[in-house]
Design a protein around this ligand. Structure first.
Ligand SMILES: C[S@@+](CC[C@H](N)C(=O)[O-])C[C@H]1O[C@@H](n2cnc3c(N)ncnc32)[C@H](O)[C@@H]1O
Length: 246
């Protein structure tokens, strides 16, 4: 039976890879590596570099990610996109009948805003799944700033830029972590009421950090985000917001 390994690789620093992840890479028969498109080709390069550092005989299939249709309802488009990706994985697996241990290197951790686990469930036949945890961008953010994720005995909400933009600050929330935000949705908030800890390219040599009261920090983040994005061609950033009193 096929065993599909989803290996969390952390957020861009090859040293984030766990010993368990290294072992799984050392023993895999086949790697599936997505091309991210030209602007994010350094992300695909990092995956191949991580594999090359561990072994020189890796059997790698690179595939182009299908383009997600943006025309229909969001969830329908995402489901169709996942199905298209699972078809590509199925074909690559079928083309390598001797490969039993198939590995995908997943950015951060496979459980956090990543669909690899859902896509794996669409494969036919459904493989045995082994998930190897990785350092998440949330951990990379809190570690870079030297802060705790939660305040004493309090919950944390994890959400997206889209949710913050469309629905505002979530009810009964003191700490909000926002991911996948291409439009600086924090601008919708009344900055005086919040503190922010922001980071981009966490774990990578390009890492940039900003922290402070939201109203004072917002112009700096927007400026640094714009400059970084135009020099690298892409950006990944994340932030933690804390409401001053709820
Ligand atoms: C598709 S999600 C993947 C999350 C990943 N599975 C994890 O465990 O962090 C991509 C989002 O994660 C965040 N992210 C991932 N890597 C990052 C990094 N190195 N620096 C800053 N944010 C990052 C950004 O919010 C980005 O939009």
């Amino acid at each position: 039976m096929i065993n599909l390994f989803l290996i969390g690789i952390g957020t861009g620093n090859p040293k984030h890879l766990t010993v368990e992840g290294r072992l799984a890479i050392a023993e895999a028969d086949l790697f599936l590596i997505p091309h991210k498109g030209n602007d994010k080709s350094d992300l695909a390069d990092l995956r191949t570099q991580i594999i090359a550092d561990i072994r020189s005989d890796a059997n790698i299939v690179s595939f182009d990610m299908p383009v997600r249709d943006a025309a229909g309802p969001y969830i329908d488009c995402v489901n169709a996109w996942h199905k298209a990706i699972s078809n590509i994985w199925s074909e690559a697996i079928a083309n390598h009948p001797n490969a039993i241990r198939i590995a995908l290197l997943v950015w951060g951790d496979p459980s956090l805003y990543d669909s690899s686990i859902r896509i794996a469930a669409l494969l036919n036949p459904v493989p045995k799944l082994t998930v190897i945890p990785g350092i998440t961008s949330i951990q990379a953010l809190t570690a870079a700033h030297g802060i705790s994720l939660n305040t004493l005995n309090a919950p944390v909400t994890i959400s997206t830029g889209r949710q913050l933009r469309d629905h505002g600050w979530p009810l009964n929330t003191e700490t909000l972590v926002v991911m996948l935000d291409g439009t600086c949705a924090f601008q919708e908030l009344d900055g005086a009421d919040y503190d922010i800890w922001w980071g981009a390219y966490l774990g990578m040599k390009e890492q940039v950090l900003e922290a402070g009261n939201l109203s004072e920090t917002t112009p700096r983040i927007i400026e640094r985000r714009g400059v970084s994005k135009s020099s690298h061609g892409w950006i990944m950033d994340i932030y933690l917001l804390r409401k001053r009193s709820i």
